[in-house]
Each structure stands twice: as structure tokens, then as C-alpha cells.
Ligand binder design. Structure first.
Ligand code: COA
Ligand code: AMP
Length: 637
């Protein structure tokens, strides 16, 4: 019999309240914010695939993130600490300073014709100006579209066209350990490639990077001059349901999906999750080692810490090599972080460089309470290593670009429960998670199936795909009516713990970055020597998975396999971006397919990873499978 003190009791009661009456539960949580017009209704839901959180509320998320903390007397508290291992600098912005910069840059955007509802593409590295740009766009009710710096011009162009962006905000460059990335030629090329041309480009010229504004057709303005020359503007109250940002993510086709996030639901989810999941409270410090280009960065580097009155650490550097494998521990220690959060691949990189955790011993880590992980499954080896080296609770949690915040977690602030290696723990209140078979029927406890979430999704999760309502429905709601299909498979054990095993679609996860094999295939298939190709994700010890391309040559192809690999690697870097970490090409005589012509990627993966493979019943030609098995390289992980 559970008592009030047993772990899980508070969690279960909260989970049930959020499940039984989501509208009432979230309306109650919304009271913690300072609304311009407080909502009277929690939720409008049509019973199918459309829902609106706080439909009659009005606010601006940047008012929640900045103004209200200054008004509450936190103006002198650090809001943002920038720690650049790449340039050896640390800069702190208090809430008052950050508000001033954001309000002025919002003024600059407005002076340049950007208004409510306009889309603004942001292409910047991990510098404070990236956050200032995002918050300034949101402050005037415009919509930001952040594009990760590791994407090539063609991917930037796709997003420019998709969002029909009115303006671009960029930096002149980013600094990677191996080289300086000049962003301006990429922006110029992207604008040339895009059909839709932005009206203006605002450029943060980093003094460390010797690259000035390019001579180009579009109007280019200097970020700092614009900031200095324009007066501050107030946060524009918008409908809680107004879009705050679009964030593109990989789907199964080559065209990325633009997830839409709103102002109101996102602000409420952000404000709820920081104390309840991360156990962080106003005045405490969060160190989330990701990038503003990803969802983790949007939510837990930018919006959630600030909406919660915490301090966010913005780190420009790597887990290893900048200068050593103690970089994360140094940053956490120097800034007094209460939590650290990164991807398993980063922790594996630290482990490979410092297996005994010597660097951890060099720092005072007493302020750090918890080590969080997400982005891919936290393998048990890495979990145990982290636990041993840090002596802190190591908390895996599972989520997606689509959901914007964790679906499954161990709620460290609400009711910490026992941790089980291999599981991100239990469904977060608001997410009614189940596991179903292909017919949509619940599977038995402990049996693997598709992980689904009952609709409607909670506040903070996506509310649509930009310009593609049909795709929103067909991608996520059509397979299991009444449920959101996560695309992940897994099982739930007898204690209600969820285990996430992998994707059921053609999405792969390379170093915590979600990539579409379809996009890579489209780039590779353009090479004149390639008749056909399939890209699959193969296990990799450091990055989790690495993309490998299996290529069938055209009859008249006249180049060696080595030359082809060299050209394809260069092409993927140029057309998609270095972030794909694409290095492996294998030439085969044919690709195994079903009778309806679908490439058997899962079977191919099993073969190259050396698993037992039964010939699929749907196979077109078993001989092709045999020859593939003989020809394909077994990649070392
Ligand atoms: N701008 C431009 N290029 C970038 C970039 C950026 N913001 N980020 C990465 N790249 C480039 C890198 O320079 C590298 O190029 P190279 O092939 O010329 O060396 C390539 O993209 C691959 O980068 P990365 O995946 O970072 O690999 P790495 O070998 O340099 O580092 C890790 C390996 C594990 C240290 C790194 O992947 C890492 O820190 N991952 C954490 C991922 C993460 O935070 N994910 C977010 C989810 S929580
Ligand atoms: P992204 O949308 O880029 O955040 O990627 C989301 C995908 O990453 C999920 O659908 C999972 O496949 C994977 N993922 C993220 N976090 C975890 C985790 N904690 N455990 C297992 N897989 C994860």
C-alpha cells in the first residue's frame, strides 16, 4: 500500500490529474505566468487532430522570460552566461541587460519592416546574439526559423523557401576546433539557390572572424549598429495560440517538416518542466550543452531557463578537445550549474578521452545535483560510467522536436523515483503514453511495439506542420486514430517504466542529430554514376549511428569505388552539411527490395551489423539478398 512518502505517490497523483482533466490541470499551471489577458479556458479540442491551448489567453513569451523578472527585482541576476572555449571568453548578461538588448534588437527588426507573423531565419553559432535574435523576433510577434550552423547552403535555402522568410539574421562565422566556418558565403549561396528572396540580412560580425559583409544583392546590415541605433520596443501581446517558431526536423521524405510551436502552451510547459523535471528554481543555473539549432537548445538553453527565472549557460565548445575532456565539468563548476544536460554521444566522447574520470576530480562539483541525457538512448555502459565518475544521479529522458519537452522522464523536482538503467523512466504528466501493435491494439506489458501518445498532446508540443496540414495528419495521426505516433518503438515494464528502443521509420540518429536517410539519398542519387542508392544507419561506438550509403552504379559509370566515395563524401558535405558525418560508401550490384519495390533497409542493416536475418516473406528476389550479404562491408563500430 502506497503512503504519501513513498516515491511515485505524488507523481502518480499529478499524472492522474493531468490525464483526467487536462484542460483544468494546465489552466491551473498557467496561473504561474503573467498573462496580458489571462485565459479562461484551458483547451479547445475537436476530438481529432486539432487542439488549441489557452485559446482566449494573450501574452508574449519574451515578457515571461525577461520583463517580469526585471519587474520582480531580478534585474541584476545573471540571465545568460556565455562561456566560449573557442575564444577563451566569458560574458555575463543580467536580466536587465538582456532585456535591453532584446528590446533594442526588436526595435531594429521593426525598423526594418519585420512585423507580427513574418518569418525570420536565424543562422548563427553559439553566441549570445543568437539568443538575442530569437527573443527579439518573438518580442514583436514574428516567427523565428533557426537553422543549425552545420547545415549547408542548400538546406538553408530549403528552409528559406519553406518559411518564405522576410529577413535573415546570421553571424559572419562559427569556430570549430578544426577550422573557422565562414557563414556569409553560405548565406549568400543559400539566397541565390532559394526561390524566395529575403528583404534584409542582419549580420553579427564577430571580431575573431575576419570576414566582412559580402557584396551581394540583398541588403546587408550590421547587427551591432542596428542594436545601437534603435530604441527598445515593448513585448507585443499576441494570442497564446500564435506561432512562436518553426523548427525543421527530418521526416521520412527528403523535405524536412516545419514543426510549429505556439507562445502560450510553450511558455506554460517551459515554466512547469524546469522545477518539476530538472528541479531548478529562480536564481539557479542550468548548463545545457547542445546548440540553439536543435529543439533541446530552443527549449532548455533559451526559453525554459529564462521563463523560469534561472540562469542559462551558453557554451561554445566541444565536450573534448577544447581543450580537454574536462570542458563540461569546468563550465558546470565555474558557473555553479545545478544541472548539466547533453547527449550520450558527448558523454561517450568524454569517456573515450578520460576513461577514469580524472578531469572530474579537478573541479568543485558540489553545486551540481543531476546529470541529464537525451537525444538518443543512453546505453547502459555509458550510464554506469557516468554514475561512477560523477557520483550524481544520471537521468535519461526521452523527447522529440515535435514534443518540444520531455515525454518520459524521472521528475527530479516533483517526485524523484528509482532510476532504471536503459529506461528514461515514466510518462511526464500530460503525456498519456502507450505501446500498440501495427493494428493499434495495446500490447502486453513488456512487449515491444509502437510508442504512441493519446491526443491531444499537452501544451508546448507542436500544434501543426507549417503549410502542411495534410502532412501533419498523415505523418502523425493517421496510423493510430486518436493517438500521436512518435515513430519510436519500445515497451513499458510492470512498473510503468518506458524503454525506448529505436525508430520504426527511416530516420537515423548521428551524434544526437536526427537525419533523414531520404534527404541523404536524394543528394547521393544526383551523382551521375549512381543508378540507385539506399542509406542506412549503422551502429557506431561514438556517434550512436553513422550513415552508410549502398550504391548501385549506372551501366556506363567509369570511376573507381574509391573515387566515387571521395566525390560522394564531398557532395554530401557541400549539399547537406558536415553535420551528417558521412564517410562510408559501399558499391553493390543490387539493393534487396520487396515485390512492391520498397528497399528492405532494416534487413540490410541487420546484415551489415552481423545479426541473424530471416528472408522477409515480401522479398522480390532472394538472390539479391544473398549477393548483398556477400558484397556489403561489415562496418566496425
Ligand atoms: N557549424 C558548422 N559545422 C559544424 C557545427 C556547427 N554548428 N557543428 C558541427 N559541425 C561540423 C564539425 O566541425 C564536423 O566537421 P568536420 O567533419 O569537418 O570535422 C562535423 O560537423 C561533424 O560534427 P560533430 O557531430 O560535432 O562531430 P565531431 O566529431 O566534431 O564531435 C562529438 C563529436 C561527440 C564531440 C559531437 O558530436 C557532440 O558534441 N555531440 C553532441 C550533440 C548534441 O549536443 N546534440 C544535441 C541533442 S541534445
Ligand atoms: P529530435 O527530434 O532530433 O530531438 O530526435 C528525436 C528522436 O531522438 C526520438 O524520436 C528518438 O528516436 C531519439 N531520442 C531522443 N531522446 C532519446 C532517449 N532519451 N532515448 C532514446 N531515444 C531518444
Amino acid at each position: 500500500m502506497a503512503t504519501a512518502n513513498q516515491p511515485g505517490t505524488t507523481y502518480r497523483a499529478t499524472f492522474e490529474r493531468a490525464s483526467d482533466d487536462p484542460a483544468a490541470f494546465w489552466l491551473e499551471q498557467a496561473q504561474t505566468l503573467d498573462w496580458h489577458t489571462a485565459p479562461t479556458r484551458g483547451l479547445d479540442y475537436d476530438g481529432a487532430a486539432s487542439w488549441k491551448w489557452f485559446p482566449d489567453g494573450q501574452l508574449n513569451i519574451t515578457y515571461q522570460a525577461l520583463d517580469r523578472w526585471v519587474q520582480a527585482g531580478r534585474g541584476d541576476q545573471p540571465a545568460l552566461v556565455w562561456d566560449s572555449a573557442m575564444t577563451d571568453q566569458q560574458v555575463t548578461y543580467t536580466y536587465a541587460e538582456l532585456l535591453d538588448k532584446v528590446a533594442r534588437f526588436a526595435g531594429a527588426l521593426r525598423a526594418n519592416g519585420v512585423t507580427r507573423g513574418d518569418r525570420v531565419l536565424i543562422y548563427m553559432p553559439m553566441i549570445p546574439e543568437a539568443l538575442i535574435a530569437m527573443l527579439a523576433v518573438a518580442r514583436i510577434g514574428a516567427i523565428h526559423v533557426v537553422t543549425f550552423g552545420g547545415f549547408a547552403p542548400r538546406e538553408v535555402a530549403t528552409r528559406l523557401d519553406d518559411a518564405q522568410a522576410k529577413a535573415v539574421i546570421a553571424a559572419n562565422g562559427g569556430i570549430e576546433p578544426s577550422r573557422t566556418i565562414r557563414y556569409l558565403p553560405n548565406v549568400a549561396e543559400a539566397i541565390e539557390l532559394a526561390e524566395h528572396k529575403p528583404e534584409v540580412v542582419l549580420v553579427k560580425q564577430r571580431p575573431e572572424i575576419d570576414d566582412t559583409i559580402a557584396d551581394f544583392d540583398t541588403t546587408w546590415l550590421d547587427f551591432d549598429e542596428q542594436l545601437a541605433d534603435n530604441g527598445p520596443v515593448e513585448a507585443l501581446p499576441v494570442a497564446a495560440t500564435d506561432p512562436l517558431y518553426l523548427l525543421h526536423t527530418s521526416g521520412t521524405t527528403s523535405k524536412p517538416k516545419a514543426v510549429i510551436r505556439d507562445h502560450g502552451g510553450y511558455a506554460v510547459a517551459a515554466a512547469w518542466s524546469v522545477p518539476n523535471i530538472y528541479n531548478v528554481h529562480p536564481g539557479e543555473v542550468m548548463f545545457v550543452a547542445s546548440d540553439v539549432g536543435w529543439v533541446v537548445g530552443h527549449t532548455y538553453i533559451v526559453y525554459a531557463p529564462l521563463v523560469s527565472g534561472a540562469t542559462t549557460v551558453v557554451y561554445e565548445g566541444k565536450p573534448v578537445g577544447t581543450p580537454d575532456a574536462g570542458a563540461f565539468w569546468r563550465v558546470a563548476s565555474e558557473h555553479g550549474a545545478k544541472m548539466i544536460f547533453s547527449a550520450p554521444t558527448a558523454y561517450r566522447a568524454i569517456r573515450a578521452a578520460d576513461p577514469t574520470g580524472e578531469h572530474w576530480q579537478r573541479y568543485d562539483m558540489s553545486a551540481l545535483e543531476t546529470v541529464f541525457s537525451a537525444g538518443e538512448r543512453l546505453d547502459e555502459d555509458t550510464y554506469h560510467w557516468l554514475e561512477k565518475v560523477t557520483g550524481k544521479p544520471v537521468v535519461d529522458h526521452w523527447w522529440q522536436t515535435e514534443t518540444g519537452w520531455p515525454i518520459v522522464a524521472n521528475l527530479r523536482g516533483l517526485d524523484p523515483m528509482p532510476l532504471k538503467p536503459g529506461s528514461p523512466s515514466v510518462p511526464v504528466p500530460g503525456y498519456r503514453v502507450s505501446v500498440v501493435n501495427p493494428l493499434g491494439e495495446p500490447v502486453a506489458t513488456g512487449s515491444e511495439g509502437n510508442i504512441v501518445v493519446e491526443l491531444p498532446l499537452p501544451p508546448g508540443a507542436m500544434v501543426g506542420l507549417y503549410g502542411e496540414p495534410e502532412r501533419f495528419h498523415s505523418s502523425y495521426m493517421a496510423a493510430f486514430p486518436g493517438y500521436y505516433e512518435t515513430g519510436d518503438t519500445g515497451y513499458i515494464d510492470e512498473d510503468g517504466y518506458v524503454f525506448v528502443l529505436g525508430r520504426s521509420d527511416d530516420v537515423i540518429n548521428v551524434a544526437g542529430h536526427r537525419l533523414s536517410t531520404g534527404t541523404l539519398e536524394a543528394v547521393i542519387a544526383e551523382h551521375p554514376a549512381v543508378a540507385e542508392t539506399a542509406v542506412i544507419g549503422v551502429a557506431d561506438e561514438l556517434k550512436g549511428q553513422k550513415p552508410v550509403a549502398y550504391v548501385v552504379l549506372t551501366a556506363d559509370a567509369d570511376l573507381s569505388a574509391e573515387q566515387l566515395a571521395k566525390e560522394l563524401v564531398a557532395k554530401v558535405r557541400h549539399d547537406f552539411g558536415p553535420v551528417a558525418a558521412f564517410q562510408n560508401v559501399d558499391v553493390v550490384s543490387a539493393l534487396p527490395k520487396t515485390r512492391s519495390g520498397k528497399i528492405l533497409r532494416r534487413t540490410m542493416r541487420s546484415i551489415v551489423e552481423g545479426d541473424e536475418v530471416a528472408t522477409p516473406a515480401t522479398i522480390d528476389d532472394p538472390g539479391v539478398l544473398d549477393s548483398f550479404a556477400q558484397q556489403a562491408t561489415r562496418w566496425d563500430s
